[in-house]
Design a protein around this ligand. Sequence first.
Ligand code: AMP
Ligand code: MG
Length: 462
Amino acid sequence: MPLGWYDLKVAAARPRVGDEAVKRKTLNAAFDVFVRIPLVAKALARTPCYNARMISVEEALERILARVGTLGEEQVPLTRALGRVLAHAVSSTLDLPPWPNSSMDGYALRSADATGASTKSPARLEIAGRIAAGHVADKPLTAGQAFRIFTGGPLPDGADSVIPQEEVTTEGTTLLVARPVKAGEFVRPRGEDMRAGESVLERGRLIGPAELGLLAALGHAQVRVVRKPRVGILSTGDEIVDLGGLLGPGQIPNSNTYSLTGQVIEAGGEPVPLGVAPDRLEEIEARFRWGLGCDLLISSAGVSVGEHDFVKAALEKLGAEQHLWLVNMRPGKPIAFATIPSTGKGALPVFALPGNPVSAMVTFELFVRPALRRLGGHARLQRPVVQARALAAIPNPGRRRGFLRVALTADESGGYGARLTGDQSSGILRSMVAADGLAVIPGDSTIAAGEMVPVILLREVR
Ligand code: AMP
Ligand code: MG
């Protein structure tokens, strides 16, 4: 898996900085080095949780994927296999088609019998047999003969070609062929689609409609697929009221559980709702315990440094080992990834995502989705990245790398144009609704209108 792919693409899109700006940046940097950084560092050193180092998106992903393996397999009926991941490679057990057959309605013949045929002097052949699809000739075709044949009908022994019915005339039981015919014309050779022993589908392939057809052709009424990851989803927060509840003073509706449920399903997982826990250590711990039988756990909110943020403490009580916390990205800096050791199977991966609706969704995209796809056996873990032209300036103020919501439009040349979906505040779910992708922009920089920017595609562009 090419880690560092964002870096490469971001570097290519980095805008040029003018002389004035360079001077200003140098002065700022000097001020940072001698004044601001020592002061801030001193202050932060007193805050224990800030002693954690902020790591890059690539490093975070590397740490995550190093701890996530692929689940075991299960057998499903072919008709339930769409969208599943093939657990083993498939080889063909037969030649398909099993015999040469006609690709047209017409007449089977020997090309040698039509040598030199023309309108003036047509070849005259005796119509001596008839082969419909699903039937075979009861005798071989001999010199001077033609057999009536229909699409899919097996070519009779002795014939090497077919001439379509539109190109011939008949006189009683005589066929008139007014042009030469090439050997193999309008014949689908044996094994044209696949040959016995040939490898036709690889392990890890997503089963789509064409794969279903191929598997059916090879007689697989049942298919072995990678088990779907079961994903426990927990929302936390005193202020969060789930569907069906009434909002009290200071409370807001639970949206994260449902956005995350959708993302889990889209990534091939099976969501397991763990409800909403208030900001209390024991409650959060208890709900995580409900989810211990899952293959992956996700929580949202309560993972920052506030006095009411208990998610990390709850994970510690469950014996979790934490592998990362602060990631250099906007939105969504605080995101914890931990593993809970469990007996009899691999450690259980847990993602504690930030609470803001957009931060939760974006951190899911960047970290949970690849992990889920690894669990689910997908060969491809990442979303596609396209290069889009900024239709207006896309600024990314602040030092963190931006994953900014953009709407894409397809332009005449088949490329994409990108425009911010509006305010990038991490609480604005509607700007996520409007987003087709996430533009990846280095910290402290602006992509000017007309410049290219890499965009992680979240959905088909309409
Ligand atoms: P926190 O990470 O706990 O500081 O929460 C950050 C913000 O996200 C707060 O404004 C929360 O109210 C909001 N938030 C947390 N959980 C949810 C949720 N399940 N649905 C919608 N908003 C949430
Ligand atoms: Mg909170």
